[in-house]
Design a binder for this molecule. Structure first.
Ligand code: NAD
Length: 551
């Protein structure tokens, strides 16, 4: 059967209530904007919206018939049952790709995936929260802006950013770099991905040779003109070549799917077709080739660092695989969270999103107006909203992301709920956040690397976060662990709450969004971060301090 992937919208309900309808629309939306929807893949190489098509269709049927006092249970993308709960309980709960510790290895994952026992939901794919490359764009922009503040007098004009990967998440890089006023070169091995980003308005121009790309970048630097260039090539070839020519970019990173040596990363010297064949016929050979290529790739990144570039890991495990391949110095490259974003996370300021279920961009504009009126002095929010409004094209259902913190998220959501009730907005709005959020993730190589108290690998925190979100009446709550190359590397929690204009929604939004960020502040306070302790005091979060009791 040929499937069509349409962006939903309008005000006609197909389900028994807006909560169910909202989740159905979000599922449709992740496929409409996903990278390979025919295979249910949304982003990050293997991040799936559902286990397989029969599972997908059963989820859709369940959402359409679900009553307000029932909960649909999803195990790694497959619906397993509908149970009677109560109207304040989540409509959907999920556990995606959680394997028992000693067994959580990539090879076991691939075997269980082939046996159709498990699938990886990525982070926001399996929870139906993905909103296209715009979902990480403020995060990427914030990183570039923090680097500008620390290293370049707050100005990236005339600066050269080198990166790679233009997939679901990495596709945000060219636009984020351009918005930060830099000249950004993004290397991508798949020609179709380059075209997709140009079409979506995230990339300005394409070069097919390194000479052509470097000339474009050089001219833009000289004119101090922001520019994004996509180069067709393999980063493990292009980075060493740029280094060998003695050119040192100002900022270097990478967002290929390096976490997955089989389904994500494309090793140098291999075509996409060869890699597809090796997946079937020689998985061990492919893993070996990917690791050797990553060794070259990261060795060049270290070479740039030694020559003065600001180099950072953008959350794709590239250092981990390089280290396993013998690059002893791989972890001299800092991860972006620890290097640039932790002070924000310690206050539970993180990537919060809202999605207009109407498919009417006007709804997002009206919410933008409210934010600009309400938070004029919060520059992370107000500068971003102005910039995003001008520069970030919508993909799929109109949506916005902004780094809001404890209390701010709840306030916004309650105001939006009022706007829905009063008919100011065309239809309800769904609120979600990234899993890379204060209370929501343990990932010792990305989110929780070098935590002050050494608690990097403790997964209790995201599990508690999911439980408090369930207890606080969120509409969808999910617990995820890594799959493919991320197997054994992370645990995270996802949450979605729908503002449908009712009093019940106001209660759900208030409890779950407030407790979601409170759990993040408590997590960082427990690790001893001053910003979190300050937030506890300022915002009156009821923290139990057992260390104080011991003194
Ligand atoms: P994706 O699979 O959609 O895209 C990866 C892209 O990299 C593809 O377009 C692929 O063709 C390209 N690629 C692979 N090997 C290459 C090579 N050697 N040279 C050049 N291009 C190559 O993945 P995505 O959703 O864009 O995510 C990318 C990575 O970022 C993943 O590891 C993901 O887990 C990670 N990630 C980080 C964050 C964050 O917050 N920083 C957020 C989401 C995802």
């Amino acid at each position: 059967m040929k499937r069509e992937f349409k962006v939903p919208g309008g005000t006609t309900l197909r389900c028994k209530g807006w909560r169910q309808e909202a989740l159905l629309r979000l599922l449709e939306n992740v496929l409409a904007v996903g990278e390979d929807p025919a295979n249910l893949v949304v982003y990050a190489a293997l991040g799936r919206a559902a286990r397989d098509w029969p599972s997908h269709d059963a989820i859709v049927r369940a959402l359409m018939t679900l009553e307000e006092d029932q909960t649909l249970i999803v195990q790694s993308g497959k619906p397993i049952g509908v149970l009677r709960t109560h109207p304040q309980a989540p409509i959907v709960i999920m556990a995606n790709c959680n394997m028992v510790g000693q067994w959580a290895h990539a090879e076991n994952f691939y075997r269980m995936q082939d046996d159709n026992l498990i699938c990886w939901g990525g982070l926001t794919a399996g929870d139906w929260q993905y909103i296209g490359s715009q979902g990480v764009i403020q995060g990427t922009y914030e990183i570039f802006s923090r680097i500008a503040e620390r290293h370049f007098d707050n100005d990236l004009r005339g600066r050269f950013i080198l990166t790679a990967g233009m997939g679901g998440m990495g596709g945000a890089q060219p636009l984020a770099g351009r918005m930060a006023n830099a000249a950004i070169l993004t290397v991508e091995i798949d020609s179709e991905r380059i075209e997709k980003r140009i079409k979506a308005g995230f990339l300005e121009c394409r070069a097919d040779t390194l000479d052509e790309a470097l000339a474009l970048i050089r001219d833009a630097q000289a004119a101090r003109r922001p520019l994004s260039v996509g180069l067709l090539g393999n980063a493990a070839d292009v980075y060493p070549e740029i280094l060998a020519r003695g050119i040192v970019p100002d900022i270097v990173t990478d967002q290929t799917s390096a976490h997955d040596l089989v389904y994500g990363y494309v090793p140098a010297g291999h075509t996409l077709e060869q890699v597809a064949r090796m997946r079937r016929e020689d998985m061990a050979g492919l893993m070996d080739a990917s690791r050797r290529s990553i060794v070259r790739h990261v060795t060049a990144m270290l070479g740039f660092k030694d020559r003065g570039a600001v180099v950072f890991d953008n959350g794709n495990l590239i250092r981990t695989h390089a280290k396993q391949g013998g690059v002893e110095r791989a972890f001299e490259i800092p991860v972006f969270t620890e290097a640039f974003l932790r002070p924000l996370f310690a206050r539970a300021i993180g990537p919060f999103r809202w999605i207009a279920l109407s498919n009417d961009p006007e709804d997002i504009r009206k919410i933008d107006d409210f934010l600009l009126r309400r938070f004029p002095d919060n520059l992370i929010v107000s500068n971003w909203i102005r910039l995003a409004r001008e520069s970030v094209p919508f993909e799929g259902l109109p949506a916005r992301i902004a780094w809001l913190g404890h209390g701010e998220r709840t306030e916004l959501a309650l105001e939006v709920n009022r706007m829905v009730r009063e008919g100011i907005l065309a239809a309800p709005v769904a609120f979600t956040r990234d899993h890379l959020d204060a209370g929501a993730m343990a990932h010792p190589n990305i989110m929780t690397e070098n935590m002050r108290d050494g608690s990097d690998a403790i997964a209790d925190w995201p599990l508690l976060n999911a439980m408090i979100n369930c207890s606080s009446s969120a509409d969808l709550v999910a617990i995820h662990s890594g799959g493919g190359g991320y197997s054994g590397y992370m645990t995270s929690a996802g949450v979605t709450v729908v503002a449908d204009g009712t009093d019940a929604a106001a209660q759900r939004l208030s409890l779950s969004l407030t407790n979601d960020t409170a759990s993040g502040v408590l997590r960082y306070a427990d690790a001893g971060y001053e910003e979190a302790l300050d937030e506890v005091g300022k915002k009156g979060i009821d923290r139990i301090d057992t260390m104080a009791a011991r003194v």
